[in-house]
Ligand binder design. Sequence first.
Ligand code: UTP
Length: 416
Amino acid sequence: MNSIIDVEFGLEGNVRIYEDEKQRYIKAALSMGTPEEQVKLKENLDAIDWSILKNLAHVKTGQERGVFAPLDAVEVSEIEAKAEEFKEIGLNAIREGKVGAVLLAGGQGTRLGLDKPKGTLNIGLTKDLYLFEQLVHNLQDVTNEAGAYVPFYIMTSTINNEDTIAFFEEHNYFGYPKEYVKFFIQEMAPACDYDGSVYMISKTDIAMSPNGNGGWFSSMVKAGLLDDIRDKGIKWLNVFAVDNCLQRIADPFFVGATIASGMESGAKVVRKAAPDEKIGVLCTEDGRPSIAEYYEMTEEMATLRKENGELVYLFGVILNYLFSVERLIKIADDNMMIHVVEKKIPYMDVDGTLVKPEAPNGYKFETLVLDMVHMMADCLPYEVVRGREFAPIKNLHGIDSLDSARELMQECGIEL
Ligand code: UTP
């Protein structure tokens, strides 16, 4: 691995990371450690490709993007008119074993502040109802109707893998057949403070965190799951987030619409609630499908309206995508954009004290599944009704919270 830094982001050029004067947490850890611990730490440091720190340059300048243009969605009214056709195609694909589901559950849920995997959150009010459980129920709605099980892959990280598996075991997979569930672990990346000083978590260990949700397919390949996908004849993978308790999984209408469109991917989208809503918008970039993050849109772009008053960039993504396996295999080794994300990062300070910050204190490096959309030749934006399918839990209270999700679930008639 390359442990040499050769970039200018406040770090000196061409030095080993532990020789860099500005790496104060590493320096402190080295000075505190025994000779054995120092050797261990250097080994750990040498195992990391530090060129990832180059991405800090994007904090100031932003990532370079191409030319965005609007992309029309297949809207709810059109979906309703073709509902039977879409459903039939989707259910048949499920019955033929062509659809798999991938739950992205490797995140740390720092905004929620749980020490356990996010999916273990109890969203019930009068009874226990765990986020993982609700997601399994949502999937079972489909598998019951199809009369066939959907292979269910769950991405975890080294931090939450054991707890996640133990939770599913303890709850007997919430009634889903265990042989259809497979776990795999995603990669990790180092985290640093605002000056680019890499955080340590002990005298030998770097503060590593899950490297975003974009590497899910290559992690599946590394875990040997491509054989499983091929053996089962899976042609489509439906990828979704752990924290949207209302989302439909392996939704036959969505699967059917995407297959019928002839496109190699589909994305569930909702109408933006307001021009400044913090949601990525599905559009095209240099002629290919892409997602413009809310902070990448100019005010003009965000507020631009059609003659009928609707926003031109109207449809926001909700982290529920369908990807063709054939295309995923082709792009599995392609480099993905690395995003520098501000987060709360627990660390060991230079005096050896462990700090659990209350507010963001630095950067993590993440690839994002939304960037995969741009690696597809085309993508069907598929509109869903927000109140029925979008209840993300990012915080305990306020916007996108446990409170708001509970309200939305009750409005959908789900007993809590
Ligand atoms: P978020 O972007 O909300 O991140 O993840 P998070 O880690 O869960 O929460 P915060 O930002 O720290 O509060 C969106 C989805 O992507 C998954 C999450 O588990 C969630 O389903 N994810 C995120 C991963 O699987 N791996 C990651 O490295 C990051």
